[in-house]
Design a protein around this ligand. Sequence first.
Ligand SMILES: *[C@@H]1O[C@H](CO)[C@@H](O)[C@H](O)[C@H]1NC(C)=O
Ligand SMILES: *[C@@H]1O[C@H](CO)[C@@H](O)[C@H](O)[C@H]1NC(C)=O
Ligand SMILES: *[C@@H]1O[C@H](CO)[C@@H](O)[C@H](O)[C@H]1NC(C)=O
Length: 306
Amino acid sequence: MSAHGRGWILVIFWFFFVWETVSWKTTSNDTEPVPVVIWHGMGDSCCKAFTLKFIKLVKETVPGSYVLSLKIGKSATEEIENSYFMNVNHQVEMVCNILSNDKKLQNGYNAMGFSQGGQFIRAVAQRCPSPAMKNLITFGAQHQGVYGLPHCPGESSHICNWIRKMLNLGAYSSPIQQHLVQAEYWHDPLNEDLYRNNSIFLAEINQERRINESYKENLMKLNKFVMVKFLKDLTVDPVDSEWFGFYKAGQAKDTYSLQESVLYQEDRLGLKAMDEAGKLEFLTVDGDHLQFSKKWFINNIVPYLK
Ligand SMILES: *[C@@H]1O[C@H](CO)[C@@H](O)[C@H](O)[C@H]1NC(C)=O
Ligand SMILES: *[C@@H]1O[C@H](CO)[C@@H](O)[C@H](O)[C@H]1NC(C)=O
Ligand SMILES: *[C@@H]1O[C@H](CO)[C@@H](O)[C@H](O)[C@H]1NC(C)=O
């Protein structure tokens, strides 16, 4: 072969090499799953029992995904304690720091919150727009709070009894608000004024006292906000709270839906605009608190993680 011919062959090889590398890079970027951030529930920790099973489920159903299960405390024991006693506003701040320092999340992430972790991670979406949360999925969250603690999701029933006692003593007194997580999303329909004036977490993120425009703007940046309600939930009172409904003021029997709420009608949080844009998804599971099958997860949740 002439030198001229070999030159051409080299050029062709070089061309294919570059083309292959470039196309491989582009496709690998395109197919890389979006990272997943998880906020566990009350009486739980980042990496044990229920949450561990769930991390495995995500890794199995979304192969190659980077999963960050939030660790709020130095040990499992401390994490469980913090899920009862660490001021939620401080927890949210801590999580915002973790997320903004994690290099793997800088192109955005999908978020999942379990039970109280659901309303907490929603606060992250509202307060900390960077890195960007793409889809938010909450499982049995209490977006309008709770009025009752009928079952304890953790293992410690004596802690729950003690918490009930504190809530009855005065959920809206300042020391209890500052230190008891469940008081910070306690919503007393018989004393709406007290709740509105004194709830340091839930009333604040739900724009009950005043409207922080950035909360609204940030939440509306989500592609999808998926809320999962458990139809036989024995832990959350009322279950409607999982879809932003709650007891009508002055009693604890009849409830209103998100669409019937002032929050929605005045669009204080952008939820009406999101609903109209098709960004809200209301899902149900015919089971008790956080009980769903792998099949249900694959069919209903995995599409939001792609
Ligand atoms: C591909 O991914 C890399 C690293 O994750 C990133 O730096 C780069 O900007 C991405 N390219 C495109 C075209 O998205
Ligand atoms: C609104 O929320 C942002 C984000 O948390 C905060 O930085 C800002 O201070 C808040 N504004 C008001 C008026 O509270
Ligand atoms: C709540 O705050 C408003 C406005 O500051 C006040 O008029 C009202 O009396 C307060 N209600 C209660 C129950 O604290």
